[in-house]
Design a protein around this ligand. Structure first.
Ligand code: C2E
Ligand code: CA
Ligand code: CA
Ligand code: CA
Length: 275
């Protein structure tokens, strides 16, 4: 409630750094949100360039703080990671995503982001399995998106967990490909099913030959390694044309659709079915 939220200001000392105050509010707020159904999930369609139909959707977490309003996951996920609540909210979105996808046509997969922190708990596999079982969703319909920061920490145990995820029958995608400094060596160390080319590479592909060459090289690399390639952040018809001409497999971005709620996602899939 709003009055409750206002009241919490009294706990802070006068002159306490505003950033720190906000941070404390977000920390407590996240616990409340988890306990009181304050989190929600949107889905952004991923479109095949072979069939021009939706083949998957990425689940993206949303949270509206009762006082501070909508908070970006870019702000709250790192806080969740530092406080450890990421394990609980990560489990929550796996459940929500699996439940939603169970209502979609069989050929449509759901992609869920995993934080590197979630890999610190071996029970991650049990969490994933339980989400699939509760929703009665086949593992082959789940994709897990992982940024390379995970693999930075080397380690054999991360690799084992990733292999266990694949062992369940789920797919694994490298997210934000190209943004880290060792994307290439990770491709060698781990057999990803898919690479998602970061949207920063889409910026001027339609106008700059160099940018287009880099995008094309990333797509070829993925192809040569037998991976599905996804271009993220496709916003314009011009970008789409370039991505298509370079042979990318799938696209995601505002050009097709922003993230939408579960009902709108179902409506989009229904509309495709009848067209
Ligand atoms: P991400 O995994 O790279 O997700 C894609 C982000 O790009 C989403 O932002 C999406 O709304 C945005 N996007 C999609 N198409 C376009 C486009 O055409 N143009 C532009 N400018 N942006 C586009 P969002 O939802 O704000 O999420 C930001 C990040 O927060 C995600 O980046 C992901 O790293 C993290 N995140 C979101 N939900 C979760 C979650 O459930 N778990 C974890 N661990 N991280 C999450
Ligand atoms: Ca992602
Ligand atoms: Ca991404
Ligand atoms: Ca990102």
């Amino acid at each position: 409630a709003k009055s409750e939220g206002r009241g919490t200001y009294h706990f802070f000392e006068a002159g306490m750094d505003a950033t720190l105050q906000r941070r404390r509010m977000l920390e407590t707020g996240l616990h409340d949100a988890l306990a009181n159904e304050g989190l929600s999930v949107l889905f952004q369609p991923i479109v095949s360039l072979e069939t021009d139909t939706i083949v998957a959707a990425e689940a993206l977490m949303r949270w509206e703080h009762p006082v501070l309003g909508p908070i970006s996951p870019v702000e709250f996920i790192p806080i969740a990671e530092e406080t450890g609540i990421i394990h609980a909210i990560g489990g929550w979105i796996l459940d929500a995503a699996a439940k939603a996808a169970a209502q979609w046509p069989q050929h449509v997969r759901v992609a869920v982001n995993l934080s590197p922190i979630q890999f610190k708990r071996p029970d991650l596999i049990a969490t994933i399995r339980s989400a699939l079982e509760t929703a009665k969703l086949d593992a082959s319909r789940l994709e897990l998106e992982i940024t390379e920061s995970l693999l930075l920490e080397d380690s054999q145990s991360n690799l084992d967990l990733l292999l266990a995820v694949r062992g369940l029958g789920a797919r694994v995608a490298m997210d934000d490909f190209g943004t880290g400094y060792s994307s290439l060596s990770y491709l060698r160390a781990f057999p990803f099913d898919k690479i998602k080319i970061d949207r920063s590479f889409m910026a001027d592909v339609a106008t700059k030959a160099d940018s287009r060459a880099i995008l094309g090289a990333m797509i070829s690399l993925g192809q040569n390694l037998g991976m599905t390639t996804v271009a993220e952040g496709v916003e314009t018809a011009e970008q789409l044309a370039v991505v298509r001409a370079e042979g990318c497999t799938q696209v995601q971005g505002y050009f097709f659709s922003p993230p939408v709620d579960g009902a709108a996602m179902v409506a989009m899939l229904d509309a495709e079915k009848s067209s």
